[in-house]
Design a protein. Structure first.
Lengths: 375, 299
């Protein structure tokens, strides 16, 4: 089986109405388009849009869109944990969250004394309108008690405008970075410390319960394609794990259904392409795309990934890392000394400015005194 | 010689135009957390550093941060190649009201990862009081307020107690814990209540006391592992850039390409559109990457 480097995907969505709104500040931009708009009032809700300049007349056109952030939120919403200190400070809850398919796919950031973070393996564009429908500003009114400090006699009815559209279709493209997905770093050296390696036994138990057949061990790895020989501590997911995670992602993508009070958008079609030759297997090339319309199609998904990370001898790695840690300490000491020196310089500069200001003020007083005595 | 170019296109590359009022942090390898608003950023959205990082990833190398300290260097040949590239950003611009122009921005919802984005409004309930001071002290608290004010959780909401405390005369009576360690309480607060609050202060639960008497205090929301509450969402304005990058390559270099899909800026999707000869390319609107300014400033 040929080795796959990454997986491209295309999605189509169908819906009715607007599911992703922007702030009222868009009014200024929208007033230059066919939609028109009101820049004076802030009671207008505008849909998120991509704006384009017409090559013929320089006029501003637009297409309605669903932001990629909105799509990602819907794909992973049911498993996302809130960023609160009560969770962030609980080691077991954090570990339970990061040892999961969602965290491996989506990425995370928990800042603390030792920040843990992981870059997501999924990148995707905004889902842009593909149908010809034109949106318009619809007028609404709402009855509700208005809370005001004085009895101003104002009505309790509010009026506002909201951008709406009928049936609409969208499309988006994206990529699953198998290189990013494959390796989980437990090393602050490369600024991607994802978890505390001391907790690996518990991490392993938790992840094994969620994806099954997780048998990886911690070790030192270097990037196979890089000239950088510095080994990185962490573990590598097996090919089977990567296939499981990819299926999990596509399953979530197929089930994506954005529901709002008066509108919706749901995924109707997913196509993917296994990229073996990055020059040939591109987005533009129409060959090699496989359609997924149901979870049954997902069962057929299988591939073999390129080994992006190669394990390095343990003793050799430890020796090299000791040298690097020493250099890092020296760099830290140098940075600290520079900070102290800069702080000293800043203090001296401020003092010099203050003295100059006082000297100028004194000179002015003396000059004024001279002028007065002359008069 | 008719050169070949990789035509790389990118979409939805997020740019945060202004960090002036940002409460965000940047996490440096050596310095740790640094306020983002004090970091100077490039005046131009995409510079030779970002293009160089794209080339690093395309040719199978690790990207190197241009903002934070990195313990490994960039590959010089790739950085030099980045200078030979051409860039065109295809977003329309609008007037900024000061005679210049700016990218069109949109609002984005952000997860507030910082652990100290404390919620300001007070949320006082019997359960939160119990979680703050613990079961033992809570038991004593209930006895005191029942005997003094006839207030019980089973018959009254905590709001009644809070209202009672806040209606007391504002005064300068001081609770003294030795030395300069004092706390102002209302003049007509019962001595028995003061004794209980003194006990809270000794056991380091003074946030309960300040919460009862100061409607603007959010100390109770800062008690970690007890009653801490943070604002988990924030909003910001971003510009989503799209454009094209032309990378000059030889046939030998094309064979060494490791991947053609990567990210640019924050979450931008970059992909290979085509490989073209120089004569096939319309260079309208492109600028040389080496001409892009590298000046930095606070935004």
């Amino acid at each position: 089986m040929k080795k796959v480097k990454n997986i491209l995907f295309k999605i189509e969505l169908e819906g009715n109405g607007i599911v992703n709104y922007d702030s009222g500040e868009q009014g200024f931009t929208v007033s230059k388009t066919d939609l028109g708009g009101n820049t004076r009032h802030n009671n207008v809700s505008y849909a998120k849009k991509n704006f384009y300049e017409s090559e013929e007349d320089g006029k501003l056109n637009y297409k309605i869109k669903i932001a990629s952030d909105c799509l990602r939120k819907e794909i992973f919403a049911r498993d996302m944990v809130a960023q609160t200190p009560n969770i962030s400070h609980s080691e077991s809850i954090i570990l339970s969250y990061i040892a999961s398919p969602v965290s491996l796919l989506r990425g995370y950031l928990f800042p603390s004394e030792k920040t843990i973070k992981r870059k997501g393996a999924i990148s995707m564009t905004d889902a842009e309108q593909t149908s010809n429908g034109k949106s318009f500003l619809e007028f609404f009114s709402k009855s509700g008690e208005k809370v005001s400090e004085s009895d101003s006699g104002k009505s309790d009815t509010s009026i506002f405008k909201k951008e709406t559209i009928g049936n609409i279709t969208y499309s988006s493209v994206g990529n699953i970075d198998l290189s990013e997905l494959q390796f989980v770093s437990a090393d602050p050296m490369f600024d991607r410390y994802s978890f505390n390696p001391d907790l690996f036994p518990m991490y392993k138990t938790l992840l094994n319960a969620k994806i099954g057949n997780f048998n990886s061990e911690l070790g030192y790895f270097k990037m196979g394609s890089s000239v950088n020989e510095v080994p990185e501590y962490g573990f590598k997911l097996s090919n089977e794990n990567l296939v499981t995670l990819t299926k999990e992602f596509f399953h979530r993508l197929l089930s994506t259904n954005i529901r709002r009070n008066k509108s919706y958008a749901s995924v109707t079609k997913v196509e993917y392409k296994l990229v073996i030759d990055p020059i040939v297997d591109t987005l533009k090339n129409g060959e090699g795309w496989i359609t997924l319309t149901s979870n049954e199609d997902l069962e057929k998904l299988n591939f073999s990934t390129v080994d992006n990370y190669v394990e390095v001898d343990l003793e050799e790695s430890k020796k090299l890392r000791e040298e690097i840690d020493l250099l890092k300490k020296e760099a830290g000491a140098k940075a600290k000394a520079e900070n102290i020196e800069n702080a000293g310089k800043k203090k001296a500069d401020n003092l010099a400015k203050k003295l100059k200001k006082e000297a100028d003020a004194l000179a002015k007083i003396e000059a004024d005194a001279l002028v007065n005595s002359a008069e | 010689m008719n050169r070949k170019y990789l035509v790389l296109k990118f979409r939805d590359a997020k740019l945060f135009p202004s960090t002036k009022y940002s409460k965000d942090k940047s996490f440096d390898l050596i310095k740790g957390a640094v306020d983002r608003k004090i970091l100077e950023t490039f005046d131009e959205p995409i510079t030779v550093h970002q293009i160089s990082n794209i080339l690093h990833v395309i040719f199978g190398e690790r990207p190197v941060s241009s903002v934070r300290l990195s313990l490994y260097d960039k590959v010089d040949t790739l950085f030099e190649k980045a200078k030979e590239c051409f860039l065109r950003i295809e977003n329309p611009k609008i007037g900024d009201g000061k005679g210049g122009d700016k990218f069109i921005t949109e609002i984005i919802q952000l997860k507030k990862a910082l652990v100290n984005s404390w919620v300001k409004p007070q949320y006082i309930t019997w359960e939160r009081i119990r979680r703050l001071i613990g079961d033992e002290l809570y038991g004593e608290f209930l006895i005191v307020i029942d005997e003094l004010y006839a207030i019980k959780p089973s018959t009254h909401s905590s709001e009644k107690l809070v209202t009672y405390f806040r209606d007391l005369t504002k005064g300068s009576k001081q609770m003294n814990f030795g030395g300069k360690n004092t706390l102002s309480v209302p003049l007509d607060l019962d001595e028995r209540m003061i004794d209980f609050f003194r006990l809270c202060k000794i056991k380091q639960f003074s946030s309960l006391v300040t919460t009862f008497f100061d409607p603007n205090s959010s100390e109770m929301n800062m008690a970690k592992n007890r009653t801490a509450l943070t604002s988990v969402m924030g909003i910001d304005n971003i510009a989503k850039l799209r454009g094209t990058i032309l990378v000059p390559v030889t046939d030998e270099e094309i064979k060494k390409i490791y991947r053609t899909n990567t990210t640019i800026l924050d979450g931008g999707f970059l992909y290979l559109d085509s490989i073209k000869n120089e004569s096939e390319i319309n260079d309208e609107g492109f600028i040389s990457v080496s001409d892009i300014s590298l000046t930095k400033s606070l935004k």
